[in-house]
Design a binder for this molecule. Structure first.
Ligand SMILES: Cc1cc2nc3c(=O)[nH]c(=O)nc-3n(C[C@H](O)[C@H](O)[C@H](O)COP(=O)(O)OP(=O)(O)OC[C@H]3O[C@@H](n4cnc5c(N)ncnc54)[C@H](O)[C@@H]3O)c2cc1C
Length: 289
């Protein structure tokens, strides 16, 4: 099929894009990398009256790290972050390797993936694990939406239709923290059936001072696991305790069953992946990357 007719607006700056979004209201969609939106238009799952193309907005390019916060602007491609993150944020670099395939990551944006809010996507779960936030601009003002306030339902965020996400920010883990990442897919590059990421940091006595455990592919939104994290915080992360934390985390999930996997399968895999990523994070604690 071909997309339904739409007005095409080539924005030349963020302000220009914001003005176009204000003009068209609910009827407009932002076009970033197009790797999710264009297939949806072609299948007529989305029928916006106007597309606001931000690819000519030079002020939305780039990414930078300052004081432990990595800011990724709306036009930074997934592949750019994959390369940038290798040294400073290896968890992000590893997760990005699992996002689709290189040609898609060359076009797809980090911000586009985060606000598209596919529940099986890697980056939204990482935004939760890295205490992230989205910077949203509309005519007349800007606000910051924390990751835990962003995800509402599948493909739905708290971003308003006249808001442009100009950037996302990730807080890098504390010095000496370790990380783990794993997912199960039918083929490499497919969306995950279930995925999991963890960050752990320890104090001098070996007790857990910082714990983040996030899941994707286990329901309508990405999940940060309170039960999994609190089972570890302040305690020695023995193998038994890691197993308990993984089980507690998986027990609190409410995954859906679908054509690809049953809910029971997803719960079982979530427990196994959680235990593996926590063990991997522990193993990396105190090492350079
Ligand atoms: C074959 C294939 C396999 C894939 N596999 C995976 C995978 O394994 N994991 C994964 O996470 N993704 C996967 N993707 C999706 C890919 O990562 C997309 O690039 C990403 O989801 C969307 O980014 P984009 O820049 O292409 O956004 P677009 O497609 O341009 O936009 C997506 C949505 O976000 C909105 N949007 C985009 N940018 C902004 C902004 N700055 N402000 C407000 N709204 C905005 C758009 O209006 C649209 O609704 C796959 C895609 C394909 C085609």
């Amino acid at each position: 099929m071909k997309p339904a007719p739409f007005e095409y607006v080539a924005a030349s700056s963020a302000a220009d894009a914001v003005e176009a979004l204000r003009r068209h209201g609910d009827e407009a969609k932002v076009l970033a990398g197009g790797q999710s939106l264009i297939p949806m238009l072609a299948l007529r799952l989305a029928r916006p009256a106007a597309l606001v193309d931000i690819n000519g907005c030079g002020d939305l390019e780039g990414m930078a790290e300052s004081r432990g916060v990595l800011t990724v602007n709306a036009l930074a491609r997934q592949r750019d972050l994959e390369i940038f993150a290798r040294e400073r944020a290896p968890l992000l670099a590893e997760a990005l390797r699992w996002v689709a395939h290189p040609p898609i990551r060359n076009r797809g944006t980090v911000v586009g993936s985060i606000v598209h809010a596919d529940p099986a996507s890697e980056l939204p779960a990482l935004l939760l694990c890295l205490d992230g936030e989205v910077v949203a601009r509309r005519r007349g003002g800007e606000r910051v939406i924390s990751a835990d306030q962003l995800y509402v339902a599948p493909l739905t965020t708290s971003l308003e239709s006249d808001e442009l996400a100009t950037a996302v920010r990730f807080t890098l883990p504390p010095e000496g923290a370790g990380w783990g990442f794993a997912e199960v897919t039918r083929r490499h590059g497919d969306f995950a059936l279930v995925g999991c990421a963890a960050v752990l940091a320890l104090d001098g006595a070996g007790a857990v001072t910082h714990a983040r455990l996030g899941f994707f592919g286990v329901g309508g939104t990405p999940v940060r696991s309170g039960p999994g994290e609190s089972a570890l915080l302040g305690r020695q992360p023995t193998p038994a305790r890691i197993g308990e934390a993984a089980k507690a985390a998986a027990a609190a999930l409410r995954p859906d069953g679908d054509l690809h996997a049953t809910a029971e399968y997803r719960s079982t895999v979530a427990a196994t992946l959680a235990s593996r990523v926590l063990a991997a994070a522990l193993e990396r604690c105190g090492k350079a990357a």
